[in-house]
Every structure is written in structure tokens, then in C-alpha cells.
Design a protein around this ligand. Structure first.
Ligand code: C5J
Length: 222
């Protein structure tokens, strides 16, 4: 039995390691760099790029062991037909979804700002899920892909902790996946929100799942 030292207690990996996937949520330029959606909402974007090397370490291990990797991107069709008017209106910022910023149209699929950050670019064999919402299961084929590959365990990373990461982890938990959020491979524009999210997830005996450091995850796989 392989265990990851985690909170609130050890996380047990399945004996078939192909049932474990790395899920990297929304590590796209729109959130990480000036000129994108994150900055349009008046956030300090520099908080987020600090986790890129940690995610890269995890990604390299999954690639070396040929384990499944999933990336998500939050973005909308160019005609914004998949963006509810409520999402478009929210925030009252000067630059809204679909407007043109310094990295192209904000949160629109295929635009330069919507691309995954260069250090974490997907490679052949990895699945990229475009999602119109905060949760990665809403209006996507993620569940279909996971079931087809008989994946039962998700090691979750990415941004932002309390929005797309937490929403996705809750959706996955409700669907029966055993989820572990990597503490130092997720980030928020608001460090206190990240801390609260980690605590919420592992409270009540792991009501949403587990959290662990990247070092502990890596140790279990090496
Ligand atoms: C947000 C995300 N914060 N990926 N998206 O709008 O968390």
C-alpha cells in the first residue's frame, strides 16, 4: 500500500497507478500575467506565478511515470455564446470578458492570454479541457474522460484555490473521486482565502478530500 502523508490523514494511492491523474487547473496567462482576466478584476497577479516550478516538478514525475495528466483552461467561444450574461456583467471592471486587452481578447479561447503558461504547456497524450465555468465538470467532457480511463484518484493543482480549484474539487468529490489538493501547488490572489480553503477541504475528517505538500506527494511516487 502506498500512502501520501496528508491532512487530515494519510491518502492511499490505488494499487494501479494508472487510476491516478494529475489535474492542473487554469494555469493560463489570463490569470498569471498582467493584461488578462485576473488583472482586469483588479487582482495582484504576481501571487500566482510562484507555484509554476512546483507544478512543473509534479508534471515531470507524472510524465516520467507515464501517468494521466489533465489541464483545464477557463475560456469562452469567440461569440461568447457559452458565457452567461451574469458572468459577463460581474465585477463592473473596465475590461470585460471578450474585450481586447494586451494579450488579446480577455478569457476567449485561442487568444494569446488564454494559453497555458509556457512552462506548463501540455504535450501529446495529455488532455486539455476548456471550461466555461469555474468548475471543470460543468459543461465539459471531463467526467467522461476520467471514467473512460478508469481514473478514481485526482491530484489537484492550479489556480485560484478558492474559485476554480475548490469548485472543481467539490464537484469531483460529489462524483466519487478521491481528491488530494497539493498545498504548495495552488495559489490565490488572496493568501488568506487559500489558507481558509485548505482548512475547509480537510475539515470534518476530509469532507472534500485531502491536502498534502508537493514534497510528500513526490516522495510517494518516487
Ligand atoms: C477565476 C479561476 N478566479 N481559475 N478563475 O475566475 O479561479
Amino acid at each position: 500500500m502506498v500512502l501520501i502523508a496528508a491532512q487530515p490523514y494519510d491518502y492511499e494511492l490505488p494499487s494501479d497507478s494508472q487510476k491516478v491523474a494529475l489535474l492542473i487547473i487554469d494555469m493560463q496567462r489570463d490569470f498569471l500575467e498582467p493584461g488578462g482576466f485576473g488583472e482586469a478584476l483588479h487582482n495582484e497577479v504576481s501571487h500566482l506565478s510562484a507555484i509554476i516550478p512546483t507544478i512543473k516538478n509534479l508534471l515531470e514525475i507524472f510524465r516520467k511515470l507515464q501517468l494521466p495528466v489533465f489541464h483545464t483552461i477557463e475560456g469562452h467561444q469567440p461569440d461568447l455564446s457559452d458565457c452567461p450574461p451574469s458572468k459577463l456583467r460581474r465585477g463592473k471592471s473596465q475590461l470585460k470578458i471578450g474585450d481586447t486587452g494586451s494579450m488579446g481578447r480577455i478569457l476567449v479561447l485561442g487568444e494569446p492570454g488564454n494559453a497555458i503558461t509556457p512552462q506548463l504547456q501540455p504535450i501529446a497524450g495529455e488532455t486539455v479541457i476548456s471550461k466555461p465555468g469555474k468548475g471543470a465538470f460543468y459543461n465539459t467532457h471531463l467526467q467522461l474522460h476520467l471514467h473512460k480511463q478508469e481514473i478514481t484518484h485526482l491530484i489537484i493543482t492550479g489556480v485560484t484555490t478558492e474559485v476554480c480549484v475548490q469548485t472543481t474539487m467539490r464537484e469531483a468529490n460529489d462524483r466519487g473521486f478521491e481528491c488530494l489538493l497539493v498545498e504548495d501547488a495552488t495559489a490565490s490572489y488572496f493568501p488568506q482565502f487559500k489558507q481558509s480553503t485548505l482548512e475547509m477541504i480537510r475539515a470534518q475528517g476530509g469532507i472534500v478530500g485531502w491536502t498534502a505538500t508537493a514534497a510528500n506527494v513526490i516522495q510517494a511516487f518516487c
